[in-house]
Design a protein around this ligand. Structure first.
Ligand code: PLP
Length: 433
């Protein structure tokens, strides 16, 4: 499969180039040249397949030409070593719980898949060590670090803003050791991202070490997210609820929902999508006005969606040929303030007993407000509520049980390298490695 750049100023890339480089030379995002529909026989029997079996069929459509079948199967099966259940919250609304992986957020799927695919390419080419740089505002760092933990030939540097991630999130990437180094930057998330971008542009540094990015622009991170949309459909089909299915995705950088849109292109019978935003509602405004106006992000309690210029918007435009009408026909939007998010977490907890996290709350509310008669809704519950412990406990006025997996992280000892936000010092540090 060839991958083109959304900016159309760079030559097509192979899968390996797209995964190792992350971003095209013209700074565009890689898109597969083809999106192959799956045969109707696949959809006819989908509810009889295991999650791993159906995910392998989806993976094969994208990666089958470039990765041997047994290797690809192994990668898919290893990645999805946890369940993604669709849980009923109330009549016609289901939560697709994406938080049963090692770091309790959906980013585990893409992080684990990318780590394994990159490791395959390194073994195949007998490459030198590859160094993964990742800037995080919280969840990405832990999913990527845990996905790559112990993988031979790869070293991961996680850059995070000092004092700006929750204690639990910090522990998830500062206590691992081995091939994971946490870098605590005295600055903001934007400063971390700038350090990473500068590192990729620095000739001397790139001659010294092979660098790659693991942010959601990477095709190996975002495409595998399509897997669980198929599994959601299969679970609802089993219940006789899959006709007129509406999928609602709490969105920040729009990688997650874009993977769902790819699924629909492959024939997955989803009637329509809803993108739920917090106050950073650039996409919602685009749907209303037809104009895309990025703006600086504002901090909210659904912080993983605090994005002012969603990077995957370029992929959505490419998928729909830049047509606002075509995009609006398949995707609608919603936007919620912190007060509305709080109200939704509280009300849902009291009325149904289901505890939403602040991101999932946006998704649930958009379905409650937007479902039409005869439709069934499933929203993506993108992280476990205990990852936002203080916020959620404050809202419900009650203790939240912390899953064992999270408790295990909290027992570790933090180890990190202090860094200023000045590129020269970051570069000097990397040149010594
Ligand atoms: C990353 C993240 C999101 C946003 O996903 P995108 O793919 O960036 O749209 C939503 N919720 C949680 C909990 C996340 O970690």
């Amino acid at each position: 499969m060839k991958y083109y750049s959304t900016n159309k100023q760079a030559p097509d890339a192979t899968l390996e180039e797209a995964v190792v480089k992350g971003l095209a030379a013209d700074k565009g995002l890689f898109m597969p040249r083809e999106i192959k529909p799956l045969p109707s026989s696949f959809y006819d029997e989908i509810e009889n397949l295991s999650f791993q079996e159906m995910a392998y069929r989806v993976a094969d459509a994208f990666f089958g030409e470039d990765v041997p079948a047994d290797t690809l199967k192994q990668i898919v099966y290893d990645t999805l070593s946890f369940d993604v259940p669709a849980v009923k919250v109330k009549e016609n609304i289901y939560s697709l719980e994406l938080f049963h992986g090692p770091t309790l957020a959906f980013k585990d799927v893409g992080g684990r898949f990318m780590a394994r695919l990159l490791s395959y390419f390194i073994r195949k080419e007998g490459k030198q060590q590859v160094n993964v740089l990742v800037a995080t505002s919280g969840d990405t760092g832990s999913a990527v670090a845990n996905g790559f933990l112990g993988v031979k030939g790869i070293h991961v540097y996680v850059l995070y803003p000092k004092g700006k991630v929750s204690e639990i999130q910090e522990k998830q990437f500062t206590t691992l050791g081995q091939n994971i180094t946490a870098i605590e930057v005295d600055g903001t998330f934007d400063d971390c991202q700038a350090l990473v971008k500068n590192a990729f542009m620095d000739k001397e540094l790139n001659a010294h070490m092979q660098l790659t990015s693991a942010n959601s622009i990477n095709v190996a991170r975002f495409l595998p997210q399509a897997f669980y949309y198929f599994y959601a459909y299969a679970q609802l089909k089993k219940l006789g609820k899959a006709d007129n299915l509406v999928v609602c995705v709490p969105s920040g950088n729009f990688g997650n929902i874009t993977a769902g849109l790819f699924g629909k292109r492959m024939g997955l019978p989803v009637r329509r999508f809803i993108a739920a935003n917090n106050r950073n509602d650039i996409f919602y405004q685009y749907l209303q006005t037809g104009e895309y106006r990025p703006r600086p992000s504002v901090a909210t309690i659904a912080n993983a969606m605090d994005v002012g210029d969603p990077s995957n918007f370029a992929r959505i435009l490419a998928l729909y040929d830049n047509s606002h009408a075509a995009i609006s026909a398949e995707i609608s939007g919603a936007t919620y303030t912190d007060a509305q998010i709080r109200e939704t977490v509280k009300k849902t907890y009291v009325e149904t007993g289901y505890l939403l996290d602040p991101h999932g709350a946006c998704g649930y509310r958009a379905l409650e407000e937007g479902l039409k008669p005869g439709e069934t809704g499933v929203f993506l519950e993108t992280a476990h509520p205990a990852k936002f412990l203080q916020t959620v406990e404050e809202i419900i006025g009650n203790k939240v049980a912390i899953p064992e997996k999270l408790q295990a992280f909290m027992k570790g000892t933090k180890q990190s390298v202090p860094m200023t936000k000045d590129f020269a010092s970051f570069k000097a540090y990397l040149m010594e490695q």
